[in-house]
Design a protein around this ligand. Sequence first.
Ligand code: S6P
Ligand code: ZN
Length: 195
Amino acid sequence: MQTVPFTYRIPASGETPAGYDRHLTRRLSSLRGFFQDGAAFEKEISLGDTLVYEVYEINRPENSGELQTGLSIVHPGLIGDEYYMTKGHFHAELQTAEIYHCLQGEGVMVMENMDGEWAVEELRPGVVLYILPGWAHRSVNTGHDEDLITYFAYPGHAGHDYATIETQGFRKIMLERDGRPCIVDNPRWVAPGSR
Ligand code: S6P
Ligand code: ZN
């Protein structure tokens, strides 16, 4: 890990990210149960364990004086009529914010908090999204051919709570209707406490 100030690069369009410490890949097999249409998911995975999204991270200590930063790349695709997306999470240290800067592609961030509020914000190149503390977030690629690429930064000690979203889902999901992205109530959403 670096012990003096350092630089790294946001790759030019089409370039493979270089100089990052970690490269995480999320394939269909790691997303079983996340999409609405189970039959479409099984059909798709029978054709191959497709790469859905990737994360390139800079490795920093997990303390509040540090920042965790990197790139998130969601590939284009659909499972049934639901767009490729990240798992989504709350931060384990709930009251921590996050910044996303959209670099390429078309997408949205689906968000909600523990008070029942939700929000969906468009991600387009140049847009900076400030996610308030306490809001779960999931990026969704609503484009048809292009990767959705974002640069993120969040407090070093934030950590991740994936279990809450894995159990209850997000209140809203993004489906394609007549070729366009639509925000739809999640029919499988489970109210906290009713499990
Ligand atoms: C981490 C930050 C991103 C996501 C990445 C993948 O706090 O929000 O780096 O980790 O976009 O999403 P997920 O939900 O699989 O972590
Ligand atoms: Zn996050």
